[in-house]
Design a protein around this ligand. Structure first.
Ligand code: S3P
Length: 433
């Protein structure tokens, strides 16, 4: 998707109040789109992610022979390819989406054609060796250029492996499981830190034979997937911006209905609770293995305390770290982040951009190779924010700008549409000025 660069002005707010139902989770939408494309039959997905990233996954499965349609009520219908993706004459465009490129590599490596996966400038800089390596162990024929896209795949018969991921990555785990689904034997992935488990849950919902232990997941090869009907839970990583915004204002009150509460994704709620926020949950339900419910947040009356995020927590909160760092100056004791070097190879170098934008707002911040120290008790002024074309940076600093003096300008604000096109409209709706 090519969008014209836009700026957004963010005025300070007095409070955050309201109730929101958010578009479907990006991670789950990708998996349902890709597996629906491979399955037998018609998959129907309500509340599918509205972000450009998931549109990339849909466009790829359409190019591979799935029929993708949007019903009048917004439901996405995918008629799958019965296990056989067709040859694509053109390169498959993954846009800005690392999830699409890495997970699709796993799905395509055991198919019977040749495929090329390409992406935009940001995605073409991101590491792909991490998927090439395990897939090659399975017998895949994959070529990269200096470890990067384009990803050139010649489909092959694959065999099962037992693989321990060297860095915590749900995308790598998923690529291996998706390849394992179509390989001979039973494939096992082991991880030191448990990353988001949407692939495991989605594979089961689509009919795969998936077994889990505390630190491993195994999938039997040679199973044909069937279609599913699902409503995608609201996206916790999108809610994160509003949860953190609400935590900044002592009188705030924000409710989210139908929010995804998968325990591998909801660590932010624990962190906000540790910072002093009051979080309530009700109407908990399980849908296709995914936990969904209503969440209510109030800020602490006398301000947030502070915390350190490191080790397994850093991996589990990887997408929420930019916004947690951006609200760090408004806590009493600051936010300290370590073991988060993966942030440097996301859509941008998120450690560098968070540090640069906090400094632009007048904050003191110390940058480390694997994290940041953001001292608390600081006052920020408005600034021109450089999003670096990264959706999570644009949204994180829109939140910080709510408590800054003066109006801030978010450059590259259009990037929010990668995961959350409705972000600025919803922010206007809940921010009292
Ligand atoms: C994702 C996993 C994470 C995350 C990304 C989405 C997924 O990446 O940062 O936004 O859907 O599996 P890694 O698995 O590479 O850490």
């Amino acid at each position: 998707m090519t969008e014209v660069a836009t700026e957004r002005i963010i005025e300070p707010a007095r409070n955050i109040l309201g109730s929101l139902r958010l578009p479907g989770d990006k991670s789950i939408s990708h998996r349902y789109a890709l597996l629906g494309g491979l399955a037998h039959g018609k998959t129907r997905l309500a509340n599918f992610s509205s972000g450009a990233d998931c549109a990339s996954s849909l466009a790829c499965v359409a190019a591979l022979g799935a029929k993708v349609a949007r019903a009048a009520d917004g439901t996405i219908e995918i008629t799958g390819t019965d296990g056989h993706f067709r040859h694509s004459e053109f390169p498959l465009d993954c846009g800005n989406s690392g999830s699409t490129m890495r997970m699709l590599a796993g799905l395509l490596a055991p198919q019977r054609s040749a495929y090329t996966l390409v992406g935009d400038t940001s995605l073409s800089r991101r590491p792909m060796e991490r998927v090439r390596k395990p897939l090659s162990h399975m017998g895949a024929d994959i070529h990269l250029t200096d470890g990067h896209a384009p990803v050139m795949i010649r489909g092959n018969q694959l065999h099962a492996i037992d693989y321990t991921t060297p860095v915590p990555s749900a995308q790598v785990k998923s690529a291996v499981l998706f390849a394992g689904l179509q390989a001979s034997g039973t494939t096992t992935v082991r991880e030191a830190v448990r990353t988001r488990d949407h692939s495991e849950l989605a594979l089961r919902a689509f009919g795969a034979d998936v077994q889990r232990t505390i630190d491993s997941v195994s999938i039997a090869g040679g199973r044909q997937l069937h279609s599913i009907e699902a409503a995608v839970p609201g996206d916790m990583s999108s809610a994160a911006f509003f949860l953190c915004a609400a935590a900044l204002f002592p009188e705030s009150n924000l409710i989210f209905d139908d929010l995804g509460l998968n325990p591998t994704r909801a660590t932010l709620l624990d962190v906000l609770t540790a910072l002093g926020a009051h979080i309530g949950m009700l109407n908990l339900e399980e849908k296709n293995g995914e936990l969904v419910g209503t969440v209510q947040v109030h800020a602490p009356q006398d301000g947030m305390t502070g915390t350190t995020i490191s080790g397994a927590l850093a991996a589990q909160l990887i997408d929420e770290l930019p916004v947690l760092a951006a609200i760090g100056p408004f806590t009493k004791n600051g936010i300290r982040i370590r073991d988060a070097q993966e942030l440097r190879v996301k859509e941008s170098d998120r450690i560098a951009l968070v540090a640069r934008n906090l400094r632009a707002m007048g904050a003191e911040v110390e940058e480390f190779e694997d994290g940041l120290d953001v001292p608390g008790g600081q006052r920020l002024h408005a600034a021109e924010i450089d999003s670096g074309g990264d959706h999570r940076i644009a949204m994180a600093f829109s939140v910080a700008a709510l408590r800054a003096r003066g109006h801030s300008v978010i450059r590259g604000a259009e990037s929010a549409a990668i995961s959350f096109p409705e972000f600025f409209d919803l922010l206007d709706r809940v921010a009292e000025r």
